[in-house]
Design a protein around this ligand. Structure first.
Ligand SMILES: [Zn+2]
Length: 78
C-alpha cells in the first residue's frame, strides 16, 4: 500500500465520515480501509471522537476526557 493512497484517503476521511463522498470515492475509501490497518485505526479513532463530541451535547464527559482526546488528535496530526 503506497503512502500516496493513505494520504489521499486520510484527506477524504472527514468527508467520508460525513457520508458526503461521491459514490466512487466512497467505494475507494472503503476498499482502502479494508486493506490498510493504520488508516482503519485512524477512521475508528475519528468515529469515536465524533461519538464523544455528540454524547457531550447530552451529558457532560468525564473531567479532562475531551482535552486528552484532543491532545492525542493533535499529536496524531503532527
Ligand atoms: Zn492507508
Amino acid at each position: 500500500m503506497s503512502g500516496d493512497d493513505c494520504r489521499q484517503v486520510l484527506g477524504q476521511l472527514q468527508t467520508f465520515l460525513d457520508g458526503e463522498c461521491a459514490g466512487d470515492l466512497e467505494v475507494l475509501v472503503q476498499a482502502h480501509l479494508h486493506d490498510c490497518a493504520p488508516c482503519l485505526d485512524r477512521a475508528d479513532f475519528e468515529r469515536h471522537l465524533r461519538d464523544l463530541v455528540a454524547s457531550r451535547c447530552r451529558a457532560s464527559a468525564p473531567e479532562g476526557l475531551l482535552e486528552r482526546v484532543l491532545a492525542r488528535l493533535a499529536s496524531v496530526r503532527a
